[in-house]
Design a protein around this ligand. Sequence first.
Ligand SMILES: C[S@@+](CC[C@H](N)C(=O)[O-])C[C@H]1O[C@@H](n2cnc3c(N)ncnc32)[C@H](O)[C@@H]1O
Length: 260
Amino acid sequence: MNMTTPSPALPDPPAELAPPVAESAKPARPGTHIRSFVNRRGHITLSQKEALETLAGAWCLPYAARRLSFAQVFGREAPTILEIGFGMGETTEKIALAQPERNFLGVEVFNAGVGAMLRRIENSGLRNVRIIQHDAVEVVRDMIPPDSLAGVHIYFPDPWPKKRHHKRRLIQPPFVQLLASRIAPGGYLHCATDWQPYAEQMLEVLGGEPQLANTCQGYAERPAWRPQTKFETRGLRLGHGVWDLIFARVPAEGSPAAGA
Ligand SMILES: C[S@@+](CC[C@H](N)C(=O)[O-])C[C@H]1O[C@@H](n2cnc3c(N)ncnc32)[C@H](O)[C@@H]1O
């Protein structure tokens, strides 16, 4: 299956299923970005390992610096939702089962999570989910066409609570600017966190991005269609609150849709 459309403007990097990139405390080299994750040699079950070995070929897309054609990847024209950091995939599975008319592209770096999601796809007979195991920042930058996404889900991104780690948080102005440019006008960006200082940062960063408009006054109610995630359950057990934010992509200034 040809899953990508060639983009002559971009160079061809190795198109392997990229494993998580080893991380160190060193500052990023010029031209690279600070990653929002560290290499985790966490426990992986035999079932997840087997799923990675036997099912990745069917449901994972290799990272490549080429723009995707969602119609080719999913074999149909349908609104496509990007989820960044699906963890063990239980929320992705529930939402994708409840919304069969939409495509779900999940990006995750964690081996056990990708294995678990592959198992879910197989067990639930999901046909509207694809996975890219790679840094979401590079996936968004290199593979997602501008103005193409119906929505983006970022549920409980790593909060990096220590001040010296704040630079690792995913929700930062340059990435949000890039991400917003990939959302179709009228599409949405839905974030949730259980870490209040990160919620405040999200509100500030999303509120400061001119391509986005808040759909609520401040934080949003959790929509009924967003199930409680695994990470959220852990946070609630620790006595944390939960903050949802739902912003809409506004038409680019000067475009006919903007009324200019
Ligand atoms: C705290 S967990 C939350 C998982 C899940 N969304 C939940 O609510 O249970 C954050 C996840 O994001 C993933 N992640 C962090 N940075 C990422 C990146 N740049 N690209 C892809 N995945 C990333 C991590 O591996 C981790 O599984």
